[in-house]
Design a protein around this ligand. Structure first.
Ligand code: SAM
Length: 216
C-alpha cells in the first residue's frame, strides 16, 4: 500500500516537472532550442568523427558519450531550469546571460573539435593503457598551447550549457564536478602517456600547460 502511494507521488512529481518544462519551452523557446541543439550537435559530431577516424568496426554506441552520470547531470539542469522558471521566471529572462552561454558552448565545441581533428587516429574516447603501434605523441596545432584541449573544450561546453539555461546552481555544480573529473582523469591518462613516450612526454608536459584551470 505504502509502495503504491510512493509510486503515485513520484509519478505526479515527474509529470508536474514535465508540465513545467513544457510551459517553459513555450515561454522561452530559444533557450531550450539552443540547449537541445548543442546536445544534438555535440553527440552526433563526436560519433561521426570517431566513425571517420577509426572505422565502423571500432565504433560502438559508447562513442555517443552518454554515461549515467552525464544523463543525471543533464536531467538536473533541466529540473533546475523548470523549477526556477516556474517560481522565479524573471531569472530566465536575461538573454545577455544566455548569449554568453551560447558563446561558451561554441568556443568549447571549437576547441574540442580542433583537438580531435589535430590528433586524428591518436585521439580515442577511452584512455589507452597499452601502447598501440601507430600511436604517436601529438604536440602540433592546438596541442602546442594545451596538453588536454579536448578536456578544456568539454569543460567550457558543459558549463556553457548551464549558463545558456541561466541555472546558477548547476553552473557551480558542473564547474566543480567536471573540474574534479578532469583533474583525476589527467593524472591517470598521463601516467600511461609517460610510459608510452618517456622523456618526450615529460619535456612536453614541462613546457605546455594542461588547459584545465589550476591543473598543472
Ligand atoms: C579522450 S582522448 C583525450 C586527449 C587529450 N587528453 C585531450 O584532452 O585532447 C584520450 C586518448 O588520447 C591519448 N592522448 C592524450 N594526449 C595525447 C597526445 N598529446 N598525443 C597523442 N595521444 C594523446 C591518450 O593516450 C588517450 O588514449
Amino acid at each position: 500500500m505504502m509502495k503504491t502511494v510512493n509510486a503515485c507521488f513520484l509519478y505526479d512529481q515527474i509529470s508536474a516537472s514535465f508540465d513545467k518544462l513544457l510551459a517553459m519551452a513555450i515561454a522561452h523557446p530559444a533557450q531550450l532550442i539552443c540547449f537541445f541543439a548543442a546536445l544534438f550537435f555535440f553527440h552526433a559530431s563526436e560519433f561521426l568523427l570517431a566513425l571517420f577516424f577509426h572505422g565502423p568496426s571500432k565504433v560502438s554506441s559508447s562513442s555517443l558519450l552518454f554515461s549515467k552520470q552525464y544523463l543525471f547531470a543533464m536531467v538536473c539542469g533541466l529540473l533546475e531550469y523548470s523549477i526556477e522558471g516556474t517560481f522565479v521566471p524573471e531569472l530566465k529572462s536575461n538573454m545577455q546571460i544566455s548569449y554568453i552561454g551560447v558563446a561558451l558552448v561554441i568556443t568549447g565545441e571549437a576547441v574540442r573539435k580542433a583537438a580531435i581533428l589535430t590528433a586524428r587516429q591518436n585521439f580515442t574516447h577511452d584512455i589507452k593503457i597499452f601502447h598501440r603501434e601507430n600511436h604517436e605523441l601529438v604536440t602540433r596545432g592546438i596541442y602546442r598551447f594545451f596538453r588536454h584541449p579536448s578536456y578544456l573544450g568539454f569543460f567550457l561546453w558543459s558549463i556553457g550549457t548551464q549558463v545558456l539555461l541561466i541555472n546558477p546552481l548547476c553552473i557551480v555544480g558542473y564547474t566543480l564536478v567536471t573540474w574534479r573529473y578532469f583533474s583525476q582523469r589527467i593524472l591517470y591518462e598521463e601516467f600511461f602517456l609517460r610510459q608510452f613516450f618517456g622523456r618526450q612526454y615529460t619535456e612536453y608536459a614541462n613546457r605546455v600547460s594542461s588547459g584545465i584551470p589550476f591543473v598543472k
